[in-house]
Design a protein. Structure first.
Length: 181
């Protein structure tokens, strides 16, 4: 309580504080932040929104078009798994219905056996859907991370003092170590 009441007096006593009409919202010119410095070239929010609407569009926005064949290849493979297992699931359902419609002991036994197969195809199809959803989420995360690291400089500031080499004529491998004083 005492600290909050004495806050106005403490702020007024600091050097470099410009008094204002409202003492709580005074401007400190001695500790002003440089807002002109770094500005991100690519917006992470825009990259995420683009990748959310159309998978891969955020990567195109970031200039990473080489990721599109990988993204759509993996997504297409997972979608193909969904398609195949869904077809097998419905085919097994039709087989079970036909076997039950015949009303004899042999076909009823096959219907019971095919019920386990039907459940396998349904569970496997659902797993493929989960893999496809995880690919979609990975696409969005990749766009977000790529936008945040877009301006990151990865150039080598100084060469490494350790150099390796391979001589193809003599078939020798070696290391050299440079020390500078």
């Amino acid at each position: 309580m005492f600290c909050s009441l004495s806050y106005n007096n403490a702020v007024a006593q600091e050097e470099g504080v410009v008094p204002s009409a409202n003492p709580i919202h005074s401007v400190d010119t001695a500790h002003s932040v440089d807002t002109v410095g770094f500005h991100m070239t690519k917006s992470p929010l825009e990259a995420v929104l683009l990748s959310t609407v159309v998978p891969g569009l955020g990567q195109l926005y970031l200039g990473q078009a080489w990721k599109l064949p990988i993204l759509y290849g993996i997504g297409g493979a997972f979608f193909y798994g969904v398609y195949i297992q869904n077809f097998r699931y419905h085919y097994t359902i039709d087989s079970i219905n036909n076997e039950n419609a015949r009303k004899n002991n042999r076909d009823s036994g096959l219907a019971v056996q095919n019920a386990y197969v039907r459940e396998f195809y349904r569970n496997d199809r659902d797993k493929w859907w989960i893999y496809l959803a995880l690919t979609y989420v990975a696409n969005i995360l990749d766009a977000y991370i790529g936008a945040n690291l877009y301006d990151f400089d990865v150039s080598d500031p100084a060469p490494s003092p350790i150099q390796s080499y391979y001589d193809p004529i003599d078939r020798r491998v070696g290391l050299s170590f440079n020390i500078k004083f």
